[in-house]
Design a protein around this ligand. Structure first.
Ligand SMILES: Nc1ncnc2c1ncn2[C@@H]1O[C@H](COP(=O)(O)OP(=O)(O)OP(=O)(O)O)[C@@H](O)[C@H]1O
Length: 308
């Protein structure tokens, strides 16, 4: 990722407002999770603090911020950021995006090195450092959806399907692993046809991961080689097999580089088309995508983000 040289935050718009969108429904309860006091000290009268209780409120605030603000800050988890970037990408001009990790997994913050404790993340907002990052775009059912980190389809989607809000609150990022156990006992194989820049593949798969950033679920590094500034998607395909294969791939995943396993195919591409039987559903930054075929595309240098 190419960081801009260190410089004062938004010098050309020193008086322009800083919009902070706090998703009131995101993340576990946390004594640090009300960022207002700290942000008032940092930005004074420039601060416009909007607490949102649903996506429509968030969308309205982002549209307004794109017209007026020198920075828009998403204070929530990956679902909040996903909603913010999807609205930003529809606007003619886009201020830099700052992040305060107040979600459960906070995968984009992990990928960008934004501190995961809110107090340290506030300080990072004042760093004045920015970087351009790529986004990924999924098209399905005639709808376009951008995502920052990973779209994951297959058995991983079954894990999330049965995840309840109470599980997230009680288990935090570990809720994903806890819910994986019953799914792992009964894995589905998906007959999948994939078209990528270099050709075509027909494979029976447990999982398809299309990655711009490294992390998915509760901070799991599912695409360890992904970069957010290479203009490419990392695609990780896990072929179905025996219970022993599952144990081996799982161990390799947690201990090192599972991309070297014979049952794992890794490729880089600008575009990818995916169709499967049974039909896949994807979770992109935790938000559900349905309706195959799925078309994925890297969108280079799509967004400017504030980094520590
Ligand atoms: N601006 C918003 N205000 C309120 N709700 C929102 C907003 N944007 C998105 N949402 C909804 O809130 C849900 C939860 O938010 P989010 O995903 O950020 O928190 P989380 O699930 O705790 O964190 P993570 O995704 O990092 O695990 C999202 O799935 C989305 O449906």
């Amino acid at each position: 990722m190419q960081a801009s040289p260190s410089q004062p935050a938004m010098p050309s718009a020193a008086d322009a407002p800083v919009y902070v969108l706090r998703n009131a429904t995101a993340g576990p309860a946390n004594p640090d999770s009300d960022p207002r006091g700290q942000l008032e000290r940092m930005f004074g009268e420039r601060l416009v603090f909007v607490e949102t209780h649903n996506s429509a409120e968030g969308e309205r605030a982002v549209r307004e911020a794109c017209e007026k603000a020198s920075m828009v800050v998403a204070a929530g988890g990956d679902g909040t950021i996903n909603a913010v970037i999807n609205t930003m990408m529809q606007q003619p001009s886009r201020p830099p995006l700052g992040l305060i990790p107040l979600g459960t997994a906070n995968n984009l913050c992990r990928a960008l090195g934004v501190p995961l404790t809110p107090r340290e993340a506030y300080a990072a907002l004042g760093s004045g450092r920015r970087a351009n990052i790529d986004l990924a775009k999924a098209t399905c059912d005639g709808q376009q959806q951008y995502f920052t980190c990973v779209a994951s389809g297959g058995n991983s989607d079954r894990v999330i399907e049965c995840l309840r809000h109470e599980d997230k609150a009680a288990w935090g990022p570990w809720c994903y692993l806890r819910n994986a156990l019953p799914v792992m006992a009964d894995l589905t194989g998906y007959q999948t046809r994939l078209e990528h820049d270099g050709g075509e593949l027909n494979l029976s798969l447990w999982n398809v991961m299309v990655a711009n950033g490294k992390f998915a679920a509760g901070g799991l590094q599912v695409a360890p080689r992904a970069r957010m500034d290479d203009g490419l998607l990392d695609v990780v395909l896990v072929e179905d097999g025996t219970p022993l294969d599952l144990a081996t791939i799982s161990a390799e995943f947690f201990l090192g580089d599972y991309l070297e396993d014979d049952r794992v195919t890794f490729l880089r591409t600008r575009k990818l088309r995916v169709e499967a039987n049974p039909e896949l559903r994807f979770l992109a930054d935790g938000e559900t995508l349905t309706g195959q075929p799925f078309e994925f595309e890297a969108v280079p240098d799509a967004l400017e983000v504030v980094i520590p």
